[in-house]
Design a protein around this ligand. Structure first.
Ligand code: FEO
Ligand code: CA
Ligand code: CA
Ligand code: CA
Length: 609
């Protein structure tokens, strides 16, 4: 793209400095208000949020979940003042969620129910409030819905009905219950929402098998084995089991006489992209197995073209994992459906060469190259469903490039270039560096981008290196390079989104010593959001968040005059009575709540311009 071309977007605000204030800070002329903090009643009997943490599991099923992440706004009647907000709820913090967090096992049944209910997705009708400005409100209407770790879902695509998806609940391998660790998201050209199952591995425990004897569907994904004390939340270790195997299933040990008698395959029903129709509250969510099973951060579509295959991308957020691409068999047309696009096509994984070229490698059991590489590696797959359930193993076999934790992708609406954040990878050693992942002990992350070429080729370069003290820089093109400065120094890019004008919004997720400012890489303040002009490399800090939050999830209304941003886990890993944030109450004592914030300009203008 030509630098400074006439239609190029401009970040037309003054960058704000870094901040360690326990609030939202914005440029001059902007204002914000909270909307749908965790616990807001949206459906059923609309149980009030109880600030002491005593809401029950049944009540949580009727309230906004916790740890807001990816999000999309679906206008109603094309309105920029009335629509459906659909929000992911990635995980829970037991210290924040419960009035009296359990300190030993087994867990009280209602703890587990409340934790499952606080995961998943909220669909909530919202509209601009009479007060105007940044004030929006929940509409108590029929669209409102909670999708949780308990919601019944359909398995679709090549792995539907596979032996490795069969459980005592679904002996034919066509159904499962719930979605978990819903991190980033996607939205389809046909108007549905996609929620992505990232760190599903943390929810299961194989109490019977060692790491060596676990099936590869578990071991390659890091599912806890018999040598581990338990899973993150120990949902299988409960004083009285929930009905219909709902809590038992998180123990994925083989027992009894075959897959249909136990939940050994339960974890194979997670790690997928899930499609939800927000306009039909009775629709059953569909897991799309054609897109592969891994720690899906999010999913992003290239601009679809009528008569051509639909193309989309998804990153596997773990150290040394891969970036994937899906190309549909169906050709795009107006009115096409998810069943047509997302169940049949080819899954590819990226190989980045050091010379700036790249290649998409097919993970297709009918592809001759794939077959050759699999047999050379002495790895066998019974059919394409097996390839998809073991997508990481398949990608290992073909020689994909291990990346520094691929998080969100975004596609520039002006150039079609695909950008991906690589948030950090402190375990990369000197001898493991390569051109696409050039730094050992990469604590501050980078942003890579590419343009599709002919056939399965692409060409890539690095757009940004996080960091400061001479380490952080932006490289908008080969002729330009600029060190990050006070107005844009950043670390650990995670959320990434293009608005319709082509401004790229970057959100950060630093944690630990990086967030505390005690890291040698520099003092970056609290997590933040910045706007980038992709052509010029001008980047300006737009928002800083409250203490120990992550800034993740952003969308505007179609008129770009209202922006929604999610602030996840303010207070971080809080201890009871010692919360490091009280956001959004900011009263010095309340428990922190993950929150969507609504941002407007005081003059009603377009955000960022
Ligand atoms: Fe849930 Fe990779 O962030
Ligand atoms: Ca993320
Ligand atoms: Ca992250
Ligand atoms: Ca997070």
């Amino acid at each position: 793209a030509a630098t400074g071309s006439a239609d190029a977007p401009r970040a037309g605000f003054n960058a704000i400095p870094t901040s360690r204030a326990d609030t939202v800070t914005l440029p001059e002329g902007y204002q914000w208000a909270p909307l749908i903090p965790w616990g807001t009643p949206i459906t059923g009997s609309y149980p009030d949020y109880r600030s002491d943490g005593t809401n029950s599991g049944e009540e949580a099923l009727q309230q906004i979940g916790s740890n807001h992440d990816g999000m999309h706004y679906f206008p109603l009647n094309d309105s920029s003042e009335h629509g459906l907000l659909v929000v992911n709820h990635e995980y829970i913090d037991q210290q924040v969620l419960h009035a009296n967090p359990a300190t030993s096992l087994p867990l009280p049944q209602d703890h587990v129910l409340k934790e499952m209910a606080s995961h998943g997705v909220s669909v909530v009708e919202v509209q601009r409030a009479a007060a105007g400005g940044s004030h929006w409100e929940v509409v108590r209407g029929a669209y409102n819905r909670r999708v949780t770790a308990l919601t019944e879902m359909e398995m679709t695509g090549p792995a539907r009905g596979h032996d490795k998806l069969k459980t005592v609940y679904s002996p034919d391998g066509t159904r499962t219950r719930g979605t978990i660790n819903n991190c980033s998201h996607g939205f389809t050209p046909w108007g549905t929402y996609l929620t992505c199952e990232e760190n599903f591995r943390g929810y299961f425990h194989n109490t019977a098998q060692s790491a060596e004897s676990q099936p590869r569907e578990q071991s390659r994904y890091g599912i806890a084995d018999a040598g581990d004390a338990g899973s993150w939340y120990n949902w299988d270790k409960i004083d009285s089991h929930l009905p219909r195997g709902m809590s038992e299933r998180f123990d994925v040990s083989p027992s009894g006489d075959g897959a249909n008698a136990d939940y050994r395959n339960e974890c194979n029903n997670f790690g997928w992209i899930v499609e939800i129709d927000p306009f039909d509250p009775n629709s059953m969510p569909k897991k799309r197995t054609a897109l592969g099973r891994f720690a899906h951060e999010g999913i992003v579509f290239a601009q679809p073209k009528v008569g051509e295959p639909v193309v989309f991308y998804s990153g596997d957020d773990a150290r040394f994992e891969y970036i994937y691409k899906f190309v549909s068999k169906a050709l795009y047309r107006e009115g096409i459906s998810g069943d047509e696009v997302m169940n049949e096509g080819t899954l590819y994984v990226a190989k980045f060469n050091d010379d700036g070229s790249g290649e998409w490698l097919a993970l297709d059991i009918n592809d001759a190259t794939f077959q050759t590489k699999a047999s050379a590696a002495n790895v066998s797959f019974s059919n394409q469903g097996d390839v998809l359930i073991n997508a990481r193993t398949a990608a290992d076999v073909v020689g994909a490039t291990p990346m520094d934790r691929p998080e969100w992708g975004a596609v520039c609406p002006r150039t079609g270039m695909v950008y991906f954040t690589l948030t950090n990878n402190t375990r990369r050693e000197d001898e493991q560096t390569d051109a696409p992942n050039p730094r050992a002990n990469n604590s501050t992350g980078h942003i890579i981008r590419w343009s599709e070429g002919s056939g399965s080729s692409f060409s890539w370069d690095i757009f940004l290196l996080g960091g400061q003290n001479g380490d952080g820089k932006v490289l908008p093109n080969t002729a330009q390079e600029a060190a990050l400065d006070d107005g844009n120094l950043l670390s650990c890019p995670d959320g990434l989104w293009f608005d319709d004008s082509g401004l790229m919004w970057i959100q950060t997720d630093m944690s630990g010593s990086m967030l505390a400012g005690s890291n040698a890489a520099g003092d970056f303040g609290n997590n933040q959001m910045l706007a980038a002009e992709p052509d010029t490399g001008v980047i300006k800090r737009f928002l800083t968040g409250p203490n120990n939050c992550e800034v993740t999830g952003v969308v505007t209304t179609p008129d770009r005059r209202t922006m929604f941003v999610n602030l996840q886990h303010p207070g971080g890993d809080s201890e009871p009575g010692a919360f490091t944030s009280h956001f959004p109450a900011n009263d010095g004592f309340s428990r922190p709540r993950s929150t969507t914030v609504v941002i407007t300009r005081k003059d009603g203008g377009i955000i960022g311009s």
